[in-house]
Structure formats: C-alpha cells, structure tokens
Design a protein around this ligand. Structure first.
Ligand code: PMP
Ligand code: GLN
Length: 416
C-alpha cells in the first residue's frame, strides 16, 4: 500500500456486523434500516426500471431531474434560489461527496479539525488527501442538567476556547456533523452562531457540514443549517443523503450543496472518481423528492423515529444502561459503566483482532455474544489519543422494526 493508506486496517463496521451475524444477535450496531422504504419510493424505482431510458451514464455532476428536485426542496430551507447546475452536485452516497470535497479542499500538510466523536470515514479521507487531522472533543457537561432534567445529547458541548486554539495558519477545513452521529446532538442556533463567529476570523477556513440526519430531529429540537447563518454560505459545503432520508442506504445517492466556486471545483474531482452516479437510482430519488411536500413525508419520518427512539431509550434505561437521550439521528449512546467484565471476556470472540484491549470494544463484543444485542464501540469515533473518552459507552441504533427493538429490549434485561 501507498504511504497514505499503509495505516488502514478493517473498520469497526467489518467487525461488528459479521459478529452479530455469527452469534445471531440483534444488530443495533451499524446504522441501516431493517424495513423497506415507503411504497412511493419503491414504486419510483419500479417505474424507472420499467419505463427504460435510464440505463446509461448520467450527467457527471448529477442527473437533471434530481438536481432540479434537490433545488426545489432545499432552496426555501437555504433562503436562496439554489442553481441546480452550479450549486448542487450528486455523489455516490454522502460518503463520496465527503471524500471528493476533502480531496478538493485539502492540500498535503493542511490541518483539518474533526470534532470527536466523529463518523470514522472522515479520517480516512483526510489521510488520503495528505492532510493532518486535529481532533477536539465534544464533552458531556452533566452539571448543565437542570434538576429533574433527563440526560440528553444537548449537554454534549464544545469548549470554544479549544476550537479557537486548534485553528492555526495551516488549518484549511473544519468538519461539522449536525445532527451528530453518534451522540444525537442537534447543534443549537446559538452554538452555530458562536462557531461561525470563530470560523469567520480565519478567511482561509472552509466548513463541511455533514447533515445526512437532517430530518431526524425530536421533541422541540430545531435543525439549523450553518450555511444559512450570516457570512457562512460562501464558505460552507452542506452534505445530504437519500439513504437516510428514504431508508435506502444501499442506493448510495447523496448530494452536496454550496457556492458555485467550491461546488464546481469538487465536480471536477468527482469526474475522476465515479465520473457519474447510478442513473436509475437518481431518477427514482428525484421522483421521490418531488413528492415529499404533498405527502408531508418528513413529518411522518420524524414521528416514526421519535417513537422508536422512545422505545429503545426505555429499554436501555430498564437495563441500567443510562441513555444519553438523542435529540436527533437514529442513534443513542448507552452508558455501560455498570458492566464489569472479568478476565478476557469480550476479547476471545474478536473476529479481526481490533480494539482488543479497549474497554468499549470488549463490552460491545460481550453484549453481542452473551446478551444477544450488537452495538458499536464509540472509541472507534475518536483519535487514538482520546479513545478513552468513548470507553464507558455503547452506541445503539433504533432504525429497526418495532418488534426487533422490543426483542432487543427484552434481551438487554439479562443485564439486570
Ligand atoms: N455521514 C454520517 C454522519 C453518517 O452517519 C453516514 C452513514 N453512513 C454518512 C455520512 C454516509 O452516508 P451515505 O450512506 O449516504 O454514504
Ligand atoms: N452511518 C452508519 C453508521 O454510523 C453506517 C456506517 C457505515 O456503514 N460505514 O452506523
């Protein structure tokens, strides 16, 4: 392998989904829905296949019907008319959008600020670009809880002085994830204003805002798009994904939205990676997006997930895994401090030999093999230096059928 990729080994996803399958555990690890997409989405796909005419390469920067549909949905949310031809690009899932955006923005030796815990794909892309990840952490401020207030993702906060001192002359990019995987944090408008104020002190800084869970917000949490704050549009790339939006993670259709200058540069790189994205899937996603308003679909999605969140949160609480109640995403962090492993418990079932001595990996393996519920060890979302900040948690996902969540809750009661 090249110098840039020599450090790569299997990722956490390669360990826990096969482990869950091997031990027939309920898989609340890797985040993907176990139910079919809504019928109007499946029907859009059938219609596209049956009609023919969508079987050849698409326009490199995005199939016309899809970029138009994205512009129609997002223009009101961004408070500006988004030009479908120059301010939107379709990617192979949000993942490729992130990858090409990072390759296009980051020079060899540039620093990229990542906010821990972070979705693990970011570091791979930064490393391949020859960039240097600089990690600062969200921390849970328990003292901010009002009397009687439940533990919540909103108590996970960034220390602004840490952000300020992480920025140097070499910093080129900051990656924000809102709503945030794995904590479920929905960044408040006040937080994002503060964030923007710091960013705007440095004219050389660009922000990637990964908003793939944008429709999954609960209670009274409001998702603010950082690109809509004063002075931010010109320096922000916003990332979205049909996989999360329509429960079709296997279709791998995502998009980026941003100012013409940056999006057009990213589209130039995208020509050299996939060149274009699956035409029939783009056509079908376009047909689906055209219907979201009349169907009030985002409201329905949110209602469905809020009920699933409450179900899993209840189960974790009953099992003594004090949950950090998420205001967004389809993940919840359970606190595993009460679990005491002895000897080599959790180590002897490792499939890849990864994370062997890390507490959360051992706990998550043991939960999979002995309790029958798979989750993800959050230290995989931290740099090696800060891994221990994830040791007392396990991340569970609730994008699963109600009966599956019920069975998981039942199994978790074995912990009592
Ligand atoms: N960003 C975050 C925070 C995610 O959790 C995911 C899920 N895989 C992605 C990006 C990638 O999305 P996609 O499946 O559309 O590539
Ligand atoms: N984004 C999903 C998660 O965090 C899936 C990740 C993946 O498959 N790479 O669980």
């Amino acid at each position: 392998p090249s110098a840039q990729t020599a450090s790569f080994g299997p990722t956490v996803w390669v360990e826990f989904s096969p482990l869950a399958a091997k031990y027939k555990a309920i898989n609340l690890g890797q985040g993907f829905p176990d139910f079919e997409p809504p019928s109007f989405v499946s029907e859009a796909s059938i219609k596209t296949t049956e009609s023919g005419g969508f079987n050849q390469y698409a326009r490199s920067a995005g199939h016309l019907r899809l970029v138009n549909a994205i512009s129609t949905v997002y223009s009101p949310l961004f408070g500006r008319t988004l030009d479908p031809m120059t301010e939107i690009m379709v990617s192979v899932g949000a993942s490729e959008g992130l990858f090409v955006a990072i390759q296009t923005i980051v020079n060899k030796g540039d620093e990229v600020i990542l906010i821990e815990p972070f979705f693990d794909i970011y570091t791979g892309a930064v490393t391949m670009a020859g960039g240097q990840a600089k990690c600062i952490s969200l921390r849970e401020y328990k003292e901010d809880r009002k009397p009687g207030e439940q533990r919540s993702s909103r108590h996970w906060k960034l220390d602004w002085s840490e952000l300020e001192s992480a920025i140097t002359d070499k910093t080129r990019l900051i990656i924000l994830n809102n709503p945030h995987n794995p904590t479920g944090k929905v960044w408040s408008r006040e937080e994002l204003l503060k964030f923007s104020e710091i960013v705007q002190k440095h004219p050389h800084l660009t922000v990637i805002s990964d908003e793939v869970y944008e429709w999954m917000t609960y209670d009274d949490a409001v998702h603010t798009r950082i690109a809509t704050l004063p002075g931010m549009y010109e320096r922000t790339i916003t990332i979205g994904s049909s996989g999360k939006t329509f429960s079709i993670t296997g279709w791998k259709v995502g998009w980026i939205i941003g100012p013409r200058a940056i999006v057009s540069a990213i589209s130039m790189s995208h020509q050299y990676v996939p060149f274009s994205v699956s035409t029939p899937h783009q056509e079908a996603v376009a047909i689906a997006l055209e219907q979201v308003e009349q169907r009030n679909y985002f409201h329905e999605l949110r209602t469905m997930y809020q009920a699933k969140r409450d179900k899993l949160v209840g189960g974790l609480r009953a099992a003594g895994l004090d949950p950090v109640v998420p205001e967004g995403t389809y993940f919840v962090m359970g606190d595993t401090s009460n679990i005491k492993l002895s000897g080599d418990q959790g180590q002897n079932t490792s499939l890849t030999g990864m994370g062997l001595n890390l507490r959360d990996w051992n706990v998550c393996r043991w939960l999979t093999t002995d309790i029958g519920v798979a989750s993800i060890p959050p230290s995989a979302f931290y740099s090696e230096e800060h891994a221990k900040e994830g040791f007392n948690y396990a991340r569970f996902c609730f994008c699963k059928k109600d009966e599956v969540l019920d069975r998981a809750n039942q199994s978790l009661l074995k912990l009592k």
